[in-house]
Design a protein around this ligand. Structure first.
Ligand code: HEM
Length: 150
């Protein structure tokens, strides 16, 4: 069932014209294997390792220049294929929920990977600006000086 879902995921990926440029010169057989084995291995990860794995994967695809909307869309389709292929399974008790949770956690951690370089850039901007407080925040006894932002 998992193999069929991944076959469909892969077929869908290679016929998506929006991502064609990112697959040029890539060993597609190896890619398909990496995707499936990473997906399977992640099932044995504890929370921390799972988060780290998909954060790293998000960062990897970000560095490749793949737009987040495509990466996220691929996850959504993978989810749909996995749920669809469940029809082949006799006892699916708990599986749809488990699959949904897995995909949501993977998307969440991947987003952290996509976000991190941007936050690093923000940090550099703030450092460049020398953290000069501006406007209301500078006032003595203002929200920040008072200790709590809220
Ligand atoms: C439109 C979406 C995507 C595109 C175009 C894409 C493309 C690629 C490319 C070009 C590579 C590098 C292959 C190589 O040089 O050997 C790669 C690696 C990989 N992708 Fe994606 N990918 C997409 C979404 C996903 C998603 C949703 C997953 C997770 C299920 C995933 C899992 C992986 C894995 C595990 C690797 C191997 C990373 C490594 O070697 O460290 N990809 N992908």
């Amino acid at each position: 069932m998992l193999h069929r879902a991944f076959d469909r995921f892969y077929e869908d990926l290679i016929k998506n014209a929006c991502v064609e440029e990112f697959l040029k010169g890539v060993d597609l057989v190896r890619l398909k294997q990496s995707q499936l084995s990473s997906f399977l291995e992640a099932d044995y990860d504890d929370d921390e390792a799972f988060f780290a794995r998909f954060k790293q994967l998000g960062l990897f695809h970000f560095k490749m220049g793949l737009p987040y909307v495509e990466y996220r869309g691929a996850f959504d389709r993978l989810y749909a294929f996995l749920i669809d292929e469940l029809e082949e399974v006799n006892d699916i008790t708990g599986l749809p929920d488990a699959i949904e949770l897995y995909i949501r956690r993977a998307i969440n951690a991947s987003a952290a990977g996509y976000l991190e370089p941007n936050l690093d850039n923000d940090q550099k901007t703030l450092e460049r600006q020398n953290y000069t407080p501006s406007g209301a925040l500078r006032q003595e006894g203002g929200a920040i000086a008072g200790g709590s932002f809220f």
